[in-house]
Design a protein around this ligand. Structure first.
Ligand code: S3P
Length: 184
């Protein structure tokens, strides 16, 4: 397996939480690319998109990831932005730079998780309940899935036998990833 590790997936997939837990366990660095974008450009991705539009954001986001990849540190877990892999040749870049893992969830579970978060940083979903969020994300997730599914590994989020989620999934995903990385 080549390093660094890139976690990809839709908003709410747990890329940041899982990535942080995983890096802690591995004793590696963790970088959230949305935070790195904010530090470099002085605006959060949401504010940048509101101010300059999505196209300008995607261009800058691409260079943030590629510039960081030039650093001579390999043992890094990166949480990518949810739309990053679906832009131009970004997925091919990721695969060349390191190992990518797609954190895959059923859309209704993503909607349930997103409804519990602060949606100010997610302008498309702001003010919506889980049902409304689901109707926004379903078509987008369908369009993005072919990109996400090019990841080197796909991890399906663990759900209970009754198909429900209980908040322990991020921990479990971090554990599954740790096993993959340590034991191959
Ligand atoms: C986006 C996801 C966000 C952020 C930006 C665009 C998207 O990242 O990069 O608001 O298009 O899905 P998270 O997936 O970390 O929320």
């Amino acid at each position: 397996m080549t390093y660094p590790i890139y976690l990809i997936g839709y908003m709410g997939a747990g890329k940041t939480t899982v990535g942080r837990l995983l890096a802690e366990r591995l004793g590696w660095h963790f970088v959230d690319l949305d935070d790195a974008f904010h530090e470099i450009h002085g605006l959060s991705p949401a504010d940048y998109i509101r101010t300059y539009g999505i196209e300008a954001f995607r261009r800058k986001e691409k260079y943030v990831l590629e510039d960081l990849a030039e650093l001579p540190i390999e043992k890094v877990v990166y949480a990518t932005g949810g739309g990053y892999p679906c832009w131009e040749d970004n997925m091919a870049c990721l695969k060349e730079l390191g190992t990518s893992f797609y954190l895959r969830w059923q859309p209704h579970h993503l909607a349930e998780r997103l409804a519990l978060t602060d949606l100010n940083e997610r302008p498309l979903l702001h003010g919506k309940n889980a049902t409304e969020i689901l109707s926004v994300i379903m078509p987008q997730l369908e369009a993005r899935a072919p990109f996400y599914e090019q990841a080197d590994y796909i991890l399906d989020a663990p759900v209970g036998d009754d198909g429900t989620i209980d908040g322990s999934e991020d921990e479990q995903l971090a554990e599954m990833l740790y096993d993959y990385i340590i034991n191959g």
